[in-house]
Design a protein around this ligand. Structure first.
Ligand code: NDP
Ligand code: MG
Length: 384
C-alpha cells in the first residue's frame, strides 16, 4: 500500500538521506518537506518530489521563497506550519529530523495524533522524555528510533521480551579526539572538531560526537525508548563503527546488529519496520575489516558523557537544562566565539544555576529551555 512520508528537516543530513531511501523504494510518496533557511535546497526538493506542502520556519526566507518559487503546492510558515505537516491526515509516517529543541513541539503534536514517528531528533527525548513517552502510550502512537544505535537495539529486540534485557551497550566511534592527550584538548579548533572519522552529519551533532555529548544523549534516549534504568546502559568505544549496539539478555546471551556506517540503513529500517525492504546500499565485508575493537570510554577526557549520566541519574528537568546549555555552547563554538573546553564549562555553569523540578510539565520544559539559553547567553556575553 502507498505510504506518505513527511520529513521535518528535509534539507538536513538525515532529511536528504531519507529522500534518497525513498528514491529506492516503491510505494512511498512525499507529503511535506521543511527547511529553516535553506530555501534553494527546499526549492529543488519541492520541484523534484512535488510534495503536498512545504514549511519554512525563518520568516525572511519564507517571504523570499513565496515571492520567487515556481513550486505550486502549499507553503506554510513557522512552528504552526511544522505542526500542520506533522499532523496532516496525509502524513502516514513522520520523519522527525529537525535539529535541537525545535523538534519537541511538532514531534509531540504528531504523537498526540497517534502517528507513526521515525525519530532522528534525539533532543526531543533529552528535553521531554517523560512527556513524550507518556503521550506515546496515551495516544497509541509508534515511535521508531532512527539513531543508528537505537535502531540497532530495536533490531536486536525483535521477538524478545523487553523484561529479559540485562544490559545494553551503545557503541561510540570515539570521535576525532579519541587518541588525543587530555593536555591538548584546549588547542582543539573548529576545523578539527568538524572532521568526524566515520559519519558525515550536520554540524551540531558532529560537535556533540566529538565531545561524546552525543553518546551521553544517546544513553538518555535509550532509557526512554527501552524503559531502562541508568545502570543497565553501558558505552563502549568501537572505532570501526561496525557493531552499532548490543543487548545482553538475562541468560548471558548477547545480540548485536552489524552494518556499514551508513545512516540510510537505519532510516530504511525505521520506514519499513517491522519488515525489511531490499536496497542496494554498500555491503559489509567482515573479511576486509578483520578486527573489531572495543574500549571503555575515558570519562576524564570526555566529561560531557559523565555529565549526561549524572543528569539521567538526577532526572526531572536536568536533562532539559543539559540540552539547552549544550545547544547554546555548541552554537557559540561553531561561531568561534568560545573555545572547545568552554563547552563543558558552560554546561556545568548552567546546571549549577538552574532550579531543579522533579516532574516538569511541557510548559515547565519550554520555560526552562528559554531560561537556560538566556542565562548562558548572558554569561558568555560578559566573558567576550
Ligand atoms: P542538519 O543540521 O543537517 O539538519 C537540520 C534540519 O533542520 C535542516 O533541514 C534545517 O533547515 C532544519 N532546522 C535547523 N534548525 C531549525 C529550527 N530552529 N527550526 C526548524 N528547522 C530547523 O542536522 P542532521 O540531519 O545531522 O540531524 C538532525 C537530527 O537527527 C538531530 O537531532 C541529530 O542529532 C539526529 N541524528 C543525525 C544523524 C546524522 O547522521 N546526521 C545520526 C543520528 C541522529 P536548514 O537546512 O534550512 O538549516
Ligand atoms: Mg547515533
Amino acid at each position: 500500500m502507498q505510504k506518505t512520508i513527511s520529513i521535518l528537516g528535509s534539507t538536513g543530513s538525515i532529511g536528504e538521506q531519507t529522500l534518497s531511501v525513498i528514491d529506492q523504494t516503491v510505494g512511498y510518496s512525499v507529503g511535506y518537506l521543511t527547511a529553516q533557511t535553506n530555501i534553494q535546497k527546499l526549492e529543488q526538493q519541492a520541484l523534484t518530489y512535488n510534495p503536498i506542502g512545504v514549511v519554512i520556519t525563518s520568516e525572511p526566507h519564507y517571504i523570499e521563497f513565496k515571492k520567487n518559487t515556481s513550486y505550486k503546492g502549499n507553503i506554510f510558515f513557522g512552528v504552526d506550519g511544522l505542526c500542520e505537516a506533522a499532523c496532516s491526515d496525509d502524513t502516514d509516517i513522520l520523519m522527525s529530523a529537525l535539529v535541537g529543541f525545535s523538534g519537541v513541539i511538532p514531534t509531540l503534536e504528531a504523537i498526540k495524533k497517534g502517528k507513526t514517528v521515525a525519530l532522528a531528533n534525539k533532543e526531543t527525548l533529552i528535553s521531554a522524555g517523560e512527556i513524550i513517552m507518556n503521550a506515546v502510550k496515551t495516544h497509541s502512537a509508534k515511535l521508531i528510533a532512527v539513531d543508528s544505535e537505537h535502531n540497532a537495539l530495536l533490531q536486536c529486540l525483535v521477538g524478545e521480551d523487553i523484561s529479559s534485557i540485562n544490559t545494553i551497550t551503545l557503541t561510540a566511534s570515539g570521535g576525532p579526539f579519541f587518541s588525543l592527550p587530555i593536555e591538548e584538548f584546549s588547542t582543539i579548533t573548529l576545523e578539527k572538531a568538524l572532521k568526524h572519522p566515520k559519519w558525515k552529519m550536520g554540524s551540531k551533532i558532529t560537535i556533540d560526537s566529538s565531545t561524546l555529548m552525543n553518546k551521553g544523549f544517546e544513553v538518555i534516549e535509550a532509557k526512554w525508548l527501552f524503559d531502562l534504568q541508568p545502570n543497565q546502559i553501558k558505552v563502549l568505544v568501537h572505532p570501526q563503527s561496525i557493531v552499532h549496539s548490543l543487548v545482553e539478555f538475562s541468560d548471558g546471551s548477547m545480540k548485536a546488529q552489524l552494518g556499514m556506517p551508513d545512516m540510510r540503513i537505519p532510516i530504511s529500517y525505521a520506514l519499513s519496520y517491522p519488515k525489511r525492504f531490499s536496497y542496494n546500499f554498500p555491503r559489509l565485508a567482515l573479511e576486509e575489516i578483520q578486527t573489531l575493537q572495543f574500549y571503555p570510554p575515558d570519562f576524564q577526557k570526555f566529561p560531557c558523557l559523565q555529565v549526561a549520566f549524572d543528569c539521567l541519574e538526577k532526572g526531572g528537568n536536568s536533562t532539559a537544562i543539559l540540552n539547552a546549555a549544550n545547544e547554546v555552547a555548541v552554537a557559540w563554538f561553531l561561531e568561534q566565539k568560545i573555545g572547545y573546553t568552554d563547552i563543558i564549562r558552560s554546561i556545568e555553569f548552567a546546571l549549577n544555576k538552574m532550579p531543579f523540578v522533579a516532574h516538569p510539565s511541557l510548559a515547565d520544559i519550554i520555560e526552562i529551555d528559554t531560561q537556560t539559553r538566556s542565562l548562558l547567553e548572558q554569561h558568555l556575553s560578559t566573558k567576550l
